[in-house]
Design a protein around this ligand. Structure first.
Ligand code: 3HC
Length: 289
């Protein structure tokens, strides 16, 4: 099957990034979210990224327009997905919500449409069953910021067919990223290693081991990470990080995955990182608000 039309569910940071990459690779892309304002925000993010590339001389204004023309936004799931060859779900990390979306999609899409979930660590097999097409379901995990990060983890569920894996690999190749195939296990490969490290940085902060800036300096200057773990937590979103850690804690039943209480408190206080303006750092100051 030749893939032409991609539907992305969720116009947040990840959804917008995935939609942008697909449109840049020549796919027709429909991006769907629950409310107009979310859809608009996603489209604005893509436009801003393309404009930045134009201003840096990395693409022409005409190219940017052509790419933008390939993207449509809607709140209507049927309109977004009925003719899709591949649906990539990037909605909130709550299994029941994802399963519900896939159940709705099952009734809308063509029977050969491949479903992919950008989950950070939830069960692909459980979603695949809810989607009523276990062989045509795969995990397709992108990294933030999607237009920059070169990796995509592909996760085979219990019944994912080799054909589906092949189509997913071809898609990843076409959008110019590298795929690794990972066993279905909490957090797959990247988050299994990365999120406990970030969590440890939050514990270290709560224990007053060092300031946020110095904890980040420790890992940028001492371990050559491109940004420190607390800045990275702000970028990923503290709510997303908490959900990932909670799912590890529940699945493994091991205390080493217990989310740092400070992380939970910050999420409760609405400190979600860059997207809310405040996390371990204050982004409202930079924006002059
Ligand atoms: N969207 C699109 N492009 C972006 C961007 C964004 N949000 N942020 C930065 N960029 C681009 C810039 O335009 C620039 O492009 P250019 O090289 O073509 O000029 C390039 O990235 C470098 O940006 P900057 O020079 O402004 O900044 P940095 O050198 O600090 O790089 C970074 C930014 C690449 C994001 C770097 O900080 C980094 O690598 N951070 C770590 C990212 C990471 O670890 N991500 C994984 C998170 S875990 C995850 O996503 C999994 C999930 O399930 C939780």
């Amino acid at each position: 099957m030749e893939m032409k039309k991609i539907t992305v569910l969720g116009a947040g940071i990840m959804g917008a990034g995935i939609a942008q990459c697909a449109a840049q690779a020549g796919f027709e892309v429909s991006i769907r979210d629950m409310e107009d304002r979310f859809v608009e925000k996603g489209l604005t993010t893509i436009k801003a990224n393309l404009e930045r590339a134009v201003s840096k001389g990395k693409m022409t204004a005409d190219d940017a327009d052509t790419i933008m023309d390939r993207v449509t936004g809607t709140t209507d799931l049927t309109m977004a997905a009925r003719d899709a060859d591949l649906v990539i779900e990037a909605v909130i990390e709550v299994l029941e919500i994802k399963k519900q979306v896939f159940q709705e999609l099952a009734a809308i899409c063509k029977k050969e449409t491949v479903f992919a979930s950008n989950t950070s660590g939830l069960s692909i097999t459980e979603m695949a069953v809810a989607a009523c097409r276990p062989d045509k379901f795969i995990g397709m995990h992108f990294f933030n910021p999607v237009p920059v990060m070169r990796l995509v983890e592909l996760i085979k569920g219990f019944s994912t067919s080799d054909e589906t894996l092949g189509l997913a690999k071809a898609f990843v190749d076409k959008i110019n990223k590298t795929a690794i195939v990972v066993k279905e296990a909490p957090g797959f490969a990247v988050n299994r290693i990365l999120c406990p490290m970030i969590n440890e940085a939050v514990f270290a902060l709560a224990e007053d081991i060092a300031s946020p800036g110095d904890i980040d300096n420790a890992m940028t200057l001492g371990a050559n990470m491109p940004i420190g773990p607390l800045a990275l937590a702000d970028m990923v979103g503290l709510d997303t990080l908490l959900l990932v850690l909670e799912s590890f804690h529940e699945e493994f039943g091991e205390d080493k995955y217990r989310p740092a209480p400070l992380l939970r408190k910050m999420v409760r206080a609405g400190y979600l990182g860059r997207k809310s303006g405040k996390g371990f750092y204050d982004y409202t100051i930079q924006k002059g608000k």
